[in-house]
Design a protein. Structure first.
Length: 421
C-alpha cells in the first residue's frame, strides 16, 4: 500500500517500500523523455527487489500543461504535493514570458528552500567528448541555490527604485564607482554566513560519507571580498570547527609541508600523507575553470555560490558529453525535500518527435533512488546506461558524433537500457 516518505526525528529519510512520488512530465520534449525514463525506473526496481518495493507515481501539473488546463503556471496543488511528499522528479519546464514568474525552477527552489543544487559529473565510456581524457572528470558540484543571483534583487535603470538605491549609495554610503550613473541598472548580491555554511557543510558531509579526497571551495573572493571572499573564509572556519578530526584544510597542509620540507605531487599522495582525511582547499573561479580542463583529476567535490556554480556545472557537463546526459537535484538536507530534474531545456521544436536523449532524467532518477537508499536499483540503471552507450546504441545527439553507431528513438533507447539491466 502506497505511503509517504517522511523525515525521521534522527534527521534521516524514512522511505516505505511503496512510496508515492509526484512527477512533472515537463514541457516540449518532456513527455517523450519521461515516458522512456519511468519505464527504466520501474524495470530496475522490479529487477532489484522482485516486487517487494515499488514507486507509486503521482502526476502533478506545472508549466505549459498546467497553464493550459488551470490558467496557472505552478498550481498551488502542485506546490503542496511537493511539500507533502518530500521527493519529486520533473522534466524541463518553460519559463513563462511576462507572467510575473522569473522561472518556475527558481520558484520551486525558493519556496521549498532547496539550498543545494547537486550536480554530479562523471564520464560514461564511449560517450563523445571534446576532451582528450574525459574519464579523469569525476566531480560532484554543490551549488548554493537560494542566494547570490537567485535572490533576484534587480532594479532597471530609469525606474524610481533604481534611482532611489543609486542616490542612497552615492549620497549616504559615498560610493564613487558609478561611471555612468544615469544609465546604470543595479543588482544586489546577498551572501550570508548561514547560507554559506549549510551549503559547505553538506559538501563536506558528502565527501566524508563517500570517502572522496577533497572539497574545493570555488569563489571570486579576490574581487568580491565580502561576499565570495567571506564564503571561502566561512567555509574554512566551518571545516575546522565542525569537522576537525575528519578534514585537513589547505592552510594546515601548507604549514605541515613547510615544517616537513616535503613536496607532494598529487592528490593521492596528499591524502596518504595526512592519514586519509578530506582536504579542504579553495580555488578562484576562473583558475578553477582552467584547471578543470588541465587537471580535472585533482578535484572531487566542489562547493560554490550560485552564479559560479551555473557556469561550472554546464562547463563540466560539456567535458563528459553535454548537458543532455547531465543529471541534477535540488535538495534541502534538513527537511528532506528534494526535486530531481532534467538539467536541459524544453527543446520545443523536437516535442513529440520521440528523438531526444532521456539520459538526463534517467540519471536524475538514479540520484533520487540513491537519496532514497535504493542503491541496488540505482546501480543497475547506471551500469545499464553505461553498457548501452558502450554498445553505441544511442539517440541522435550521440549518433551524430559516433562512428558505426545504431540510431535509436527515445523510447527505443529506454528499451535498450531495460534489456541491459
Amino acid at each position: 500500500m502506497a505511503s509517504k516518505i517522511t523525515m525521521g526525528t534522527d534527521g534521516k529519510l524514512q522511505v516505505p517500500d511503496f512510496p508515492t512520488i509526484p512527477f512533472i512530465e515537463g514541457d516540449g520534449i518532456g513527455p517523450d523523455i519521461w515516458k522512456a525514463s519511468v519505464r527504466v525506473f520501474d524495470a530496475a526496481i522490479q529487477k532489484a527487489y522482485g516486487g517487494s518495493k515499488k514507486i507509486e507515481w503521482m502526476k502533478v501539473l506545472a508549466g505549459e500543461e498546467a497553464f493550459n488546463k488551470t490558467g496557472e503556471w505552478m498550481p498551488e496543488a502542485t506546490m503542496n504535493a511537493f511539500k507533502e511528499y518530500l521527493l519529486s522528479i520533473k522534466g524541463p519546464l518553460t519559463t513563462p514570458v511576462g507572467g510575473g514568474i522569473r522561472s518556475l525552477n527558481v520558484a520551486l527552489r525558493q519556496e521549498l528552500d532547496l539550498y543545494v543544487c547537486l550536480r554530479p559529473v562523471k564520464y560514461f565510456e564511449g560517450t563523445p567528448s571534446p576532451m582528450w581524457q574525459p574519464e579523469k572528470v569525476n566531480m560532484v558540484i554543490f551549488r548554493e541555490n537560494t542566494e547570490d543571483i537567485y535572490a533576484g534583487i534587480e532594479f532597471m535603470t530609469g525606474t524610481p527604485e533604481a534611482k532611489k538605491l543609486l542616490n542612497f549609495l552615492v549620497d549616504e554610503l559615498k560610493v564613487k564607482a558609478f561611471r555612468f550613473p544615469e544609465t546604470t541598472s543595479l543588482g544586489v548580491k546577498p551572501v550570508s554566513k548561514d547560507g554559506s555554511e549549510r551549503l559547505i557543510r553538506s559538501a563536506i558531509e558528502h565527501a566524508i560519507e563517500h570517502k572522496l579526497p577533497s572539497v574545493t571551495i570555488v569563489h571570486k573572493g579576490n574581487i568580491m571580498k565580502y561576499t565570495e571572499g567571506a564564503f571561502k573564509n566561512w567555509g574554512y572556519e566551518l571545516a575546522e570547527r565542525e569537522f576537525g578530526g575528519q578534514v585537513y584544510t589547505w592552510q594546515q597542509w601548507e604549514k605541515t609541508k613547510k615544517q616537513d620540507g616535503e613536496a607532494v605531487a598529487n592528490e593521492e599522495m596528499k591524502i596518504s600523507a595526512i592519514g586519509g582525511k578530506v582536504i579542504i582547499k579553495d580555488a578562484i573561479a576562473d583558475n578553477f575553470l582552467q584547471q578543470a580542463l588541465l587537471a580535472p583529476q585533482d578535484y572531487s567535490v566542489i562547493a560554490t555560490l550560485n552564479l559560479n556554480g551555473d557556469y561550472i556545472s554546464d562547463a563540466l557537463a560539456a567535458q563528459v558529453g553535454g548537458i543532455g546526459i547531465a543529471p541534477g537535484a535540488n535538495i534541502n538536507y534538513l527537511t528532506g525535500h528534494a526535486v530531481f530534474e532534467a538539467t536541459h531545456g524544453t527543446a520545443p521544436r523536437f516535442a513529440n518527435t520521440n528523438t531526444m536523449n532521456p539520459s538526463s532524467v534517467i540519471l536524475s532518477g538514479v540520484m533520487m533512488l540513491e537519496y532514497m537508499g535504493w542503491r541496488d536499483a540505482a546501480d543497475l540503471i547506471t551500469n545499464a546506461v553505461g553498457k548501452t552507450i558502450r554498445n553505441k546504441t544511442v539517440t541522435i545527439d550521440f549518433y551524430n558524433l559516433m562512428k558505426e553507431a545504431t540510431l535509436l528513438k527515445t523510447s527505443e533507447f529506454g528499451d535498450e537500457i531495460i534489456r541491459n539491466l
